[in-house]
Design a protein around this ligand. Structure first.
Ligand code: COA
Length: 253
């Protein structure tokens, strides 16, 4: 499906590894499509009890591929499909995060049930810096998880949050030494597969609350995201990134 996504089917857990380490696992349309297809497969199969997200190399994910964004709204379509699938995904989701988790690399974690991170993990949601708005329900889920003031530092200022702070703020289940991170996350995903599936599914749904509220926020964000993606601010931010220079934004009166 995509050479940059590795799927490992093991002991009732479907592992989805972002496998584009030379680009810090930045997610392309093809990668999103492969991930969404793997999730649909996991959802349909009775022998799969949980999924696990992980990244190859030194980063979890640098977020959406900025070249795809530059190619216009179509570049984002597969990302929105992934986000919608994740928001309603009906089995437990575990993540193992090392290094950078940027943009959707962080916002997907708000939808995970168990998040394990290496001490070097660093979470960044730079949407405003890119002339964009938050996605994946993060304008709702980040303040709910972290508190408004911590979420504002990340979403308005674009400030990074390190693993210790993320653990204190409630984004993480635990910080785990890097050399045992993936095995630890695997063992927890495996533990979930041994639980009574009905009770587990009911409990997850109760914990997540009314899905309509989240779906409505994701849609509101998507409308604004598409608008801002076509803005001069976003074009300047993406162009500056690839030209390796600071962006210059024009203030409109
Ligand atoms: N989209 C496309 N390519 C990306 C990328 C992204 N989101 N993030 C990193 N890359 C590419 C870089 O262009 C570079 O490619 P090159 O080797 O061909 O020049 C390669 O991945 C390595 O990245 P680099 O910037 O050299 O690594 P770094 O360690 O100095 O910085 C980041 C890592 C993640 C901090 C930096 O790459 C970055 O800010 N990326 C953009 C993150 C972002 O804004 N994501 C979108 C959120 S909505």
């Amino acid at each position: 499906m995509s050479e940059h996504v590795e799927i490992i089917d093991r002991d009732g857990v479907l592992e989805i590894h972002f496998a584009r380490p030379d680009k810090k696992n930045a997610l392309t349309g093809a990668m999103y499509r492969a991930i969404t297809a793997a999730m649909a497969d996991a959802s349909a199969r009775a022998d799969i009890g949980a999924i696990l997200f992980a990244g190859h190399g030194d980063a979890f994910s640098a977020g959406n591929d900025l070249k795809d964004f530059l190619s216009g709204p179509e570049g984002g379509a597969a990302a929105f499909e992934f986000i919608n699938a994740l928001a309603v995904f009906d089995k437990p989701v575990v993540a193992a995060v090392q290094g950078l988790a940027v943009g959707v690399g962080t916002t997907l974690l708000f939808h995970c049930d168990l998040v394990y991170a290496a001490p070097d993990a660093c979470f960044i949601m730079p949407f405003v810096n890119l002339g964009l708005v938050p996605e994946a329900g993060s304008s709702l889920l980040a303040p709910a998880t972290l508190g408004h003031a911590k979420a504002a530092a990340m979403l308005l200022l674009g400030e990074p949050m390190d693993a210790e702070a993320a653990d204190r703020a409630g984004l993480l289940t635990a910080i785990v030494p890097a050399d045992i991170l993936i095995d630890h996350a695997r063992s927890k995903a495996l533990a979930l597969t041994t639980k009574p599936p009905q009770a587990l599914a009911h409990t997850r749904r109760l914990m997540k609350g009314d899905p309509a509220i989240l779906a409505s926020r994701i849609e509101q964000e998507a409308v604004l995201f598409r608008q801002t993606l076509a803005s001069a601010e976003a074009k300047e931010a993406f162009t500056a990134f690839f030209e390796k220079r600071p962006p210059v934004f024009q203030r409109q009166n």
